[in-house]
Design a protein around this ligand. Sequence first.
Ligand code: AMP
Ligand code: ZN
Length: 115
Amino acid sequence: MTADCVFCRIVSGEIPGDFVFQDHEMVAFRDIHPVASTHILLVPREHIGSVQDLKSGDEEFIGRLILRAKALAEQEGVAERGYRLVLNCGVYGGQIVPHLHLHLIGGRKLGDSLG
Ligand code: AMP
Ligand code: ZN
């Protein structure tokens, strides 16, 4: 837990989150500023700053995070038409919240541009 980290505060329950999944190692909640009808953030309970802070040994966790996103896409009814998974990393990558999170975005046809 990092006291000034908004996602640590959501994980701890200090700030409310619209949770759609929780287990011992990750939580998933709806983005407060959704860019599509489904916009969910999958967040490790542990404070990991970004992809750059992942270590050897985190492979299986990241695999489970992606597989959970797949399951949530199915649960949300967006899997058949398709969706986007996004991991922003660092300032040039557009990362605003410095606690690793995987965006699951679906429900409309997204643009082809990656920015
Ligand atoms: P990123 O640019 O990848 O760091 O994305 C951070 C995301 O967190 C943005 O899409 C924000 O809308 C979202 N966000 C920030 N604060 C909250 C919050 N309190 N609850 C839910 N989503 C949030
Ligand atoms: Zn954090």
